[in-house]
Design a protein around this ligand. Structure first.
Ligand code: NAD
Length: 425
């Protein structure tokens, strides 16, 4: 494939949409790897995309028709895997971009899965439990023919949770028979895995510890600022403070707190359980969500929402390294500025992959019909995170690439090999 001018044009054209940005990174990586042009063509688009109407009778007896999607990007390495998002902005291109990312995330983590994602354009916050139950069942029914333990295995994402997965498993089971391995992220009572709730945050903290080891620094000397105190952020705080890191700032959607001397996370947890926010915690000063990104710290961990570090504020970041716990927290222009300033970014595809890794363990346990202990789950997670982290950093050292580029290179190389071996092209 001719790379130079064509690639430059594709990079410009395709950066315009969320999936375009992923395709641009893939093309850039394919250029470095000198990958077969036909493989690149195959990966530019999805293997299969479903766009379906979801008619749901609402509690007020009126019919509402929602739009649902399931995108299967590439299945060369195994069954499709990816979450289902219930969100007002969950349109086809966003779902497509996330499906592409899953292909590369699963490959980087060496999980035997391809990449997929699902979405329903709705606002779950404004829907009742019964409406969400009906919507989930309609969605499962409409995409059911694509699913299967060895075909496509959904999981929770934004706006969905373990309860949603219980409904999906039940709706699928009514038609096809009891199949717990059809979804991951289920409640433990229905075959979910111990440790799934803390897996993503634990994986993030493991990456921080490994990065500190690589730098030759002691966690006790490392000041960490974490944006977000939801599932991921709160577990990063807990595990990182157990590992000895000094957490100096943390925030949620209502505001943040800052104490350069360090924050007692157990005390914040107790405060949060009463106040419903970290904001107002008495042993720290208030800080806004904008300020926390620019606070004087060593590691900055965006763990809330996407696109918070941009071309506008990347120049003001004072951290020594950015650890991407959220999905896509740094925009391409933010990334370019951080690169120019020599601030390394540990990429989301590695850093937050603890969640999909324990989803894989859940699927494995369901297939074997044998439950692992929490200790085993945590130990297997730790071992995989450390292995992948070290492989990635060796690649960075070997090729002189940035960690995000190296992650793409490792993943794309694996996906490309599987495509060729299978004879897809
Ligand atoms: P969550 O909903 O549990 O928590 C989100 C946190 O962000 C909350 O503390 C919320 O108050 C805060 N927040 C929301 N809007 C904000 C804003 N505008 N500014 C600052 N803070 C804001 O979500 P989560 O599961 O912790 O996921 C966080 C991120 O990690 C998302 O990008 C998600 O896609 C990604 N992620 C999550 C998992 C997982 O297993 N939960 C796995 C991989 C990636």
């Amino acid at each position: 494939m001719a790379t130079s001018t064509a690639t430059a044009k594709a990079l410009t054209d395709e950066k315009r949409s969320p999936s375009g940005a992923i395709v641009a990174s893939m093309i850039e990586s394919a250029g470095r790897l000198k990958l077969d042009g036909e493989v690149v063509e195959l990966l530019r688009t999805s293997w299969r995309e479903i766009h379906t109407q979801l008619p749901v009778r609402m509690d007020n007896k009126k019919l509402r028709i929602f739009e649902g999607y399931r995108v299967q990007h590439n299945g060369a390495r195994g069954p499709y895997k990816g979450g289902v998002r219930f969100h007002p902005r969950a349109d086809l291109d966003e779902v497509r971009a996330l499906a592409m990312l899953m292909t590369y995330k699963c490959a980087l983590m060496d999980l035997p899965f391809g990449g997929a994602k699902g979405g329903v354009m709705c606002d779950p916050v404004r829907m009742s439990e019964t409406e969400l139950n009906r919507l989930t069942r309609a969605y499962t029914q409409h995409i059911g023919m694509l699913l299967g333990v060895n075909r496509d295995i959904p999981a929770p994402d934004m706006g969905t949770n373990a309860q949603t997965m219980a409904w999906m498993m039940d709706a699928y089971g009514q038609r096809y028979g009891y199949t717990p391995g059809i979804v991951t992220g289920k409640p433990v009572d229905l075959g979910g895995s111990f440790g799934r709730d803390q897996a993503t945050g634990r994986g993030v903290a493991t990456c921080m510890r490994e990065y500190a080891r690589l730098e030759g620094t002691n966690p006790a000397e490392i000041r960490v600022a974490i944006q977000g105190y939801g599932n991921v952020g709160s577990w990063v705080c807990r595990v990182a403070s157990e590992l000895g890191f000094r957490i100096i700032a943390v925030s949620d959607v209502k505001g943040g707190i800052h104490n350069p001397a360090g924050i007692d996370i157990a005390a914040v947890d107790r405060w949060f359980s009463v106040a419903g926010s970290v904001a107002g915690f008495p042993e720290a000063e208030p800080i806004t969500n904008e300020q926390i990104l620019e606070v004087d710290c060593d590691y900055l961990v965006p763990a809330a929402v996407e696109e918070v570090i941009t071309g506008e504020n990347a120049g003001a970041i004072r951290a020594r390294a950015v650890i991407e716990a959220a999905n896509h927290p740094v925009t391409p222009s933010g990334d370019a500025i951080l690169a120019e300033r020599g601030i390394p970014v540990l990429p989301d595809v590695l850093v937050n992959a603890g969640g999909v890794t324990v989803s894989y363990f859940e699927w494995t346990q369901n297939i074997q019909q044998f439950r692992w202990s929490l200790e085993r789950v945590n130990q297997e997670l730790e071992s995989r995170m450390v292995t992948v982290f070290n492989d990635l950093m060796s690649r960075v050292a070997r090729d002189g690439t940035r960690p995000r580029q190296a992650a793409f290179d490792i993943a794309l190389e694996r996906v490309g090999r599987a495509i060729m071996l299978r004879g897809f092209v």
